[in-house]
Design a protein around this ligand. Structure first.
Ligand SMILES: NC(=O)c1ccc[n+]([C@@H]2O[C@H](COP(=O)([O-])OP(=O)(O)OC[C@H]3O[C@@H](n4cnc5c(N)ncnc54)[C@H](OP(=O)(O)O)[C@@H]3O)[C@@H](O)[C@H]2O)c1
Length: 286
């Protein structure tokens, strides 16, 4: 794998780069004179409009589509392979953004429900089918093992596997901020509304993994800061089916959210502790 500018000291990596928020982060980074190289990573081949040669895209199949264990192992191996290829820029990475997260697969078809006949399989034989329909559950009966597992795979396992393999890339003198896109609904203490079982739980588990990883990063990559970031409701594919219920002025553009996150970075304290921050830079209770 050819990494375009091995000499670039200030490299940013954007993972899950097809996300609406990730694209806006990319634009912010491309406009930032301090950033010398941007590496985007996605399951998809993507083209970004950038006028100079600071950008390099890597496609990586981490989707875990296909059958259970072997799909998970393949995804983990693919992530490990990408991180190995990136070892040539070890010590030069200053920012990582992990943007992966799914709430639904509705594609604006709000009438689709979660029932999937394939989930009558026993748990050990459960397979994640690419066609599993995801929709945030309103009540207990809406939960299916296949859809819950699928949400956990993309929202929790994939970011965790990146955290697992990135530790060896950021363990140098270079300070690095790893921002993982979480969500306020993953806050256990702030959960007053209920519902959205899989998404909520996948983000709560993600938060726990970020906090736990920060303890190990403090030993193994002490110049790294881990942030669980809540962007607020942002105008992307993820929020589209729910935007009608958003109060006026509370639906943010991805550009605004990306600017907020980059501004928050400027005041970040490297104290070896994970933080759960919202778009204003305010602490969210775990
Ligand atoms: N939009 C909001 O209102 C809002 C609110 C709170 C939190 N968030 C969080 O912000 C992050 C970005 O969201 P967005 O609004 O920009 O969403 P989006 O545009 O719908 O992007 C979807 C993201 O999920 C990834 N993804 C899709 N299928 C996947 C799979 N099978 N396995 C792993 N990753 C997969 C995509 O990565 P690829 O590039 O590889 O396809 C992409 O990064 C998410 O973590 C989301 O939970 C968003």
């Amino acid at each position: 794998m050819d990494i375009c500018r091995v000499q670039a000291v200030n490299t940013a990596i954007v993972i899950g780069a097809s996300s609406g928020i990730a694209k806006a982060i990319f634009t912010e980074l491309a406009d930032n004179a301090e950033i010398e190289q941007i590496i985007t990573i996605s399951q998809k081949e993507l083209v970004f409009n950038v006028s100079n040669n600071i950008h390099h895209h890597i496609s990586c199949d981490y989707t875990m589509n296909g059958s259970g264990n072997s799909a998970s192992n393949d995804a983990n191996e693919n992530i490990a392979r990408v991180c190995l290829a990136l070892s040539s820029i070890k010590g030069r990475i200053t920012k990582v953004f992990i943007c992966n997260g799914r709430l639904h697969s509705l594609n604006n078809q709000m009438s689709v429900h979660t029932h999937n006949p394939q989930t009558s399989k026993s748990p050990e034989n459960l397979q994640i089918e690419p066609s599993t329909v995801l929709s945030p559950e309103k009540r207990l009966e809406d939960i299916t093992p296949a859809s819950m597992l699928s949400v956990f795979q993309s929202n929790t396992l994939v970011p965790m596997m990146w955290l697992q393999h990135l530790v060896k890339l950021v363990n140098g003198k270079q300070a690095c901020i790893i921002s993982v896109l979480s969500a306020r609904v993953g806050s256990i203490s702030e959960n007053q509304l209920g519902g959205w079982y899989s998404y909520r739980a996948s983000k709560a588990a993600l938060n726990m993994l970020i906090k736990t990883s920060a303890i190990e990063y403090a030993r193994r990559a002490k110049n790294t800061k881990l942030i669980a970031f809540h962007p607020g409701t942002t105008d992307t594919e993820l929020s589209k089916p729910f935007q009608a219920n958003v109060p006026e002025g509370k639906l943010f553009t991805a550009d605004f959210v990306a600017q907020q996150l980059l501004t928050i970075h400027q005041g970040i304290e490297f104290n070896n502790q994970a933080e759960f921050l919202d778009w204003q830079g305010k602490t969210v209770q775990w």
